[in-house]
Structure formats: C-alpha cells, structure tokens
Design a protein around this ligand. Structure first.
Ligand SMILES: [Mn+2]
Length: 204
C-alpha cells in the first residue's frame, strides 16, 4: 500500500505473515497508521502462539491504531497497562516523521533500516531493542532518531523469521513483494512469523 495523505511523509509498505501450523489465528500482528504529522508502524509478537497470543497482540494493535500520534514511550506505557491481564507481547515501534525515523523495541522484534543511497555508511542501522515484555516488565526506553532519505527501507521481523535473509535484495523489490518473499523463504516454521516492510518515499 502507498500512503500520500497529510501525514507529512510518503510511504509504501507491505506485510506478510505465517500462522504456526495447527493454530487457527496468528499471534503476530502489524500496523501502519498515518496521522497528522507522521505515520506509526508497529510489529507485535504476542507471547507464545494461538488464541491467547493473538489476543495480546490484538489488544496492543488496537491501542496503537487509536493513538498513533502519541510519543513512543507513552504508547509503550499504554500498551503495558492494557496487557497486564494478557500473556504480554514483544513490540517494536517506528514513527516516520519529516524529522526522521524514531524507533525502539521492547523484546526481540528485529528492526533494520536499509539505506537506499549508494556508498552511504553505515549501509544499515538496527533498531535499539530493550529486554522486557510489554504487560509484564517494561524497561526504561532510549529512543533513537535516524535521518531518512528517499528509498530507505525499514524491515521489522518477529522471531519466527530467520535473520539471514539477503538484505540488499529488499531494496530492489516493492515492499509487498519483499515481505512475501522473506516470509515464504525464511519463516522458521516453529512459531508464527511476520515481516513488515516500509519504504520512505519522501516528504509529502
Ligand atoms: Mn514469536
């Protein structure tokens, strides 16, 4: 999907997920939610798998969708409060604004920002992950702000995805194609799996 509304940034994104065999619902969830001034992207892995994992992930997703404009630390506090009565979830959040990408994670949802421009160093950046479990143990968060140039591409993957997928190939694919290809070839098969790919196209 491509979004060009009043959020201040133009993005194209795609997602793919795989539900663990034997389960009817996926415990991993994602969101891309534009608001006035930016767009929030999220990848969420409810602890374990099955219905209770999906419930925890869905609870977090609904809150993020409702309050995408809030600071990331406030969103984590909001999710932490709401998930106390659930199994909990690991969550990575990325907010795209004209000023750049603000991103942080609690738990192990990996985030990678690939630089599209040639010769840029570093060619990629990784999300700052804090150990914890939203709903159970919320650490103090240190937010990172990364500058963005057109074509730069964020990839969020839950731990159901092997992390040896070929990085640079992602840049030559449309986000939806990239997400589907990574999910099809690099899902571990032992857990739910989710890939969210978001490309920054430029300011709007
Ligand atoms: Mn998982």
């Amino acid at each position: 999907m491509t979004e060009e509304v009043s959020s201040g940034v133009r993005l194209e994104w795609g997602a793919a997920s795989q539900t663990l065999r034997g389960e009817t619902v996926c415990g991993d969830a994602w969101l891309v939610q534009p608001f006035a001034g930016g767009t929030l992207a999220a990848a969420i892995d409810g602890l374990g798998h099955g219905e209770e994992a999906a419930y925890a992930a869905g609870t977090a997703r609904a809150l993020l969708q409702e309050h995408p404009h809030e600071p990331l630390a406030a969103l984590f506090r909001r999710c932490h409060a709401a998930l106390q009565t659930t199994r909990g979830a690991v969550i990575s959040l990325a907010c795209f604004r004209a000023a750049g990408l603000e991103w942080v994670g609690v738990g192990n949802v990996e985030g990678l920002l690939l630089r599209a421009g040639p010769g840029l160093e570093p060619a990629s950046e990784s999300i700052m992950l804090h150990s914890g479990l939203v709903g159970m143990n919320l650490p103090t968060l240190h937010l990172s702000l990364s500058a963005l140039a057109p074509g730069d591409t964020l990839i969020l993957t839950t731990d159901g995805i092997r992390n040896d997928f070929p990085r640079r190939l992602v840049l030559s694919d449309r986000p939806q194609q990239a997400a589907e290809r990574i999910c099809a070839r690099y899902a571990k098969g032992t857990d739910d799996a989710l890939v969210l790919v978001v490309r920054y196209l430029g300011p709007s």
